[in-house]
Design a protein around this ligand. Structure first.
Ligand code: PBG
Length: 329
C-alpha cells in the first residue's frame, strides 16, 4: 500500500491512558451543577419511600432537614422543593399559605444552612389542587390560564417571603414568568428572588413516578392542553425566548434525555443559564434495567448525567444528585 501523502489523524494518541483522557475531556460534571428534587409532605410521622423512584421518599420536615444535610455534605448545594399539603382544594390555596408545608420547609432549611444552600421552590398548583391540574378549572374542565398565573404569583411571593432564592414555575401557562416577575418586584423581591422558568416542558409520559411522589396525577384528562407537544422543537425555542423576554433568570428544559436537541438549541438561542430535568421516569428506567441485571447502574447513570451537561445544560436536576456527587467525590 502507498504511504499516505500526509500524516493520518491519530486521535487515539490521546485516548491511551486515563490521565490523558481526563486531560482532554471537554465536559466536566461537578457536584455544584447537580440539583436534588425533594418532596416534603404535611401530616406524616415518618418518611414514606416512593416505590417507583428508588431512593426517594416523601419527607417529614425532620427527615428533609437530615437529607439536606447529607446532600450538602456531598457537595449538592441546590435543592428543588415540592410540597404535598395535608388538604387540597379546587383552587390549590395551600400553595400560598404563609405557613404551608413548603414555606415551613424553606424557613427550616434556611435556619440550618443560612446561604450555603440554594433553595428553589416549585411554583405550581398540581400538588395542591384536588383535581390534580396545574391551575383552577373553568366549568368545561379546561385550565384557566390567567387565573392560574394569578395564583402562581401569590404562591411565588409567599415562597420568596419564606426565603426561597429561586422560584420555579412549572405549569406551562402562557405569560407565567412575566406575571410572577412583576408580583415579586411589587412585593419588594426584585433583587433577591430569581425565577427559574420551565420554559420548554413537554407533555411527557416520563412523569409517571413523580405523580406518585407528589400525589398530583390529574383526576381526569391530561396536561396536553398546556404542556408542549413532543414533536415540536422550533416551538420549544420560541417558548424559551418568550420566557427570557419576560425576565427569566434560568431556563429549564424537561424531560432531559429524549429532548437533548432542545437543550442544545435553547442554550444556543438564549445563552442564559440552563437547567435540564432528568425526570422521574428517566431515572426509574435506569434503576429498573439495572435491577434486572441488564445494564450497569453506575456507569449508565454517570454517562447519562454527563451527556445532559454535554448537550448544553449548566444545571442537571436529578434524583441521582446525591449518589452522583458522592461518586464524583
Ligand atoms: C408539575 C410537575 C411535574 C413534574 C415536575 N413538576 C409533573 C407533571 O407535569 O405532571 C415531573 C417531574 C418528574 O417526573 O420527575 N408541576
Amino acid at each position: 500500500m502507498d504511504p499516505a501523502p500526509f500524516p493520518i489523524a491519530r486521535p487515539r494518541r490521546l485516548r491511551r491512558t486515563a490521565a490523558l483522557r481526563a486531560a482532554v475531556r471537554e465536559t466536566a460534571l461537578v457536584p455544584s451543577q447537580l440539583v436534588a428534587p425533594l418532596f416534603v409532605k404535611e401530616g406524616i410521622a415518618d418518611p414514606q419511600p416512593v416505590a417507583s423512584i428508588p431512593g426517594v421518599a416523601q419527607h417529614t420536615l425532620d427527615s428533609l432537614r437530615a437529607e439536606a444535610k447529607e446532600l450538602r455534605a456531598a457537595g449538592v448545594a441546590t435543592l428543588l422543593l415540592f410540597g404535598i399539603p395535608a388538604a387540597k382544594d379546587a383552587d390549590g390555596s395551600e400553595a400560598w399559605n404563609p405557613d404551608g408545608v413548603v414555606q415551613r420547609a424553606v424557613r427550616a432549611l434556611r435556619d440550618d444552612h443560612a446561604d450555603d444552600l440554594v433553595l428553589v421552590t416549585d411554583t405550581c398548583l398540581d400538588e395542591y389542587t384536588d383535581h390534580g391540574h396545574c391551575g383552577p378549572l373553568r366549568p368545561d374542565g379546561t385550565v384557566d390560564n390567567d387565573a392560574a398565573n394569578a395564583a402562581y404569583a401569590r404562591a411565588a411571593v409567599s415562597q420568596a417571603e419564606a426565603g426561597a432564592d429561586v422560584v420555579a414555575p412549572s405549569g406551562m401557562m402562557d405569560g407565567q414568568v412575566g406575571v410572577i416577575r412583576r408580583a415579586l418586584d411589587d412585593a419588594g423581591h426584585a433583587e433577591d428572588t430569581a425565577v427559574m422558568a420551565y420554559c420548554t416542558k413537554y407533555a411527557s409520559a416520563f412523569y409517571g413516578p413523580f405523580r406518585d411522589a407528589a400525589e398530583c396525577a390529574p383526576r381526569f384528562g391530561d396536561r396536553s392542553a398546556y404542556q408542549m407537544d413532543p414533536g415540536n422543537a422550533g416551538e420549544g425555542v420560541r417558548e424559551a425566548l418568550a420566557d427570557a423576554a419576560e425576565g427569566a433568570d434560568i431556563l429549564l428544559v424537561k424531560p432531559a434525555v429524549p429532548y437533548l436537541d432542545i437543550v442544545h438549541r435553547v442554550k444556543q438561542a438564549t445563552g442564559l443559564p440552563l437547567a435540564a430535568y432528568h425526570v422521574s421516569g428517566e431515572y426509574a428506567m435506569v434503576h429498573a434495567a439495572a435491577a434486572n441485571g441488564w445494564i450497569d447502574h453506575d456507569r449508565v447513570m454517570a454517562e447519562t448525567l454527563l451527556g445532559i451537561r454535554r448537550a448544553g445544560a449548566d444545571l442537571v436536576i436529578t434524583y441521582a444528585a446525591g449518589w452522583m456527587a458522592r461518586r464524583l467525590g
